[in-house]
Write a protein that binds this ligand. Structure first.
Ligand SMILES: [Zn+2]
Length: 252
């Protein structure tokens, strides 16, 4: 059984498959991540009006195949190419990283329309001139929440008491905050000012966070987020280094 499906999709990754064809990882609104082949996409005259690029919003029609086989893309129209993002290294790095995270954290065929909307809004925000640093933190925190990995912020994971005092541990292995009395055994634990986790909590809940509350807040929060994401993925996505440069570099 095969069927045609029309949906919105953001292109996450592309590979050359042959002289003329491409394999794409798309994150679709209605079907989650799909891997598909666009036959003839690199030919001068094709059904796709030219080769596919990453970080583009398309409306696509695909032919769903049996599990394990690649879907066939039969038509696609580029709706938005986020060209403003491509013109700026920091924005481009942040957008590539966002696409990479979605690709890394998702499996094929598990629809999460909320995640699609999050990615689309992130690309729109970066294209529209939103500040890069809070956009990246907000994207990461909300992705974690949608995927059920929101870190524990207010309560110690060991004694279950409310975390008080100026500093707290963050343990990726223990899923978030651990108070100073209960010092975690996790070798990747970080001791950070509590304002760092408060900022993370604000991003998770979709509230604005004051990144100037402390002089090194951005650096601390970056370390916490990097440690947590590396723990969840068991490796570091390759675009993370470029994103870090974009986020930590002082910007006007
Ligand atoms: Zn405790």
């Amino acid at each position: 059984m095969t069927r045609l499906q029309k949906t919105l999709a953001v292109s996450l990754r592309k590979y050359d498959f042959s002289e003329t064809s491409q394999v794409l990882h798309l994150y679709t609104r209605d079907y989650g991540k799909v891997h598909c082949i666009a036959k003839g996409a690199k030919r001068k005259k094709s059904a796709f009006h030219g080769p596919f690029d990453v970080m583009v919003l398309y409306e696509v029609i695909r032919l769903e195949k049996q599990p394990g086989a690649l879907d066939l893309l039969t038509a696609a129209e580029a709706l938005r190419d986020y060209r403003e993002v491509r013109a700026d290294f920091a924005r481009f790095s942040a957008a590539s990283y966002a696409c990479d995270l979605v690709d890394e954290f998702t499996l094929e065929g598990q629809p999460q329309p909320e995640l699609f909307e999050l990615l689309r809004r992130m690309l729109e925000a970066l294209a529209g001139g939103s500040p890069v640093t809070p956009s990246v933190f907000s994207f990461e925190a909300r992705l974690l929440r949608i995927l059920g990995h929101a870190p524990r912020i207010a309560e110690c994971g060991v004694c279950r008491r409310r975390v008080i005092g100026p500093e707290t541990y963050f343990s990726a292995r223990d899923g978030g905050a651990v108070c100073v009395r209960c010092r975690p055994r996790d070798p990747t634990r970080l001791l950070v000012p509590r304002a760092v986790l408060d900022a993370m909590g604000a991003f998770v809940e979709g509230r604005p966070a004051d990144l100037r509350a402390l002089p090194n807040l951005v650096d601390h929060l970056r370390r916490v987020m990097d440690t947590y994401l590396r723990h969840l993925l068991e490796r570091e996505p390759k675009t993370m280094r470029f994103m870090r440069e974009a986020v930590l570099a002082p910007r006007p």
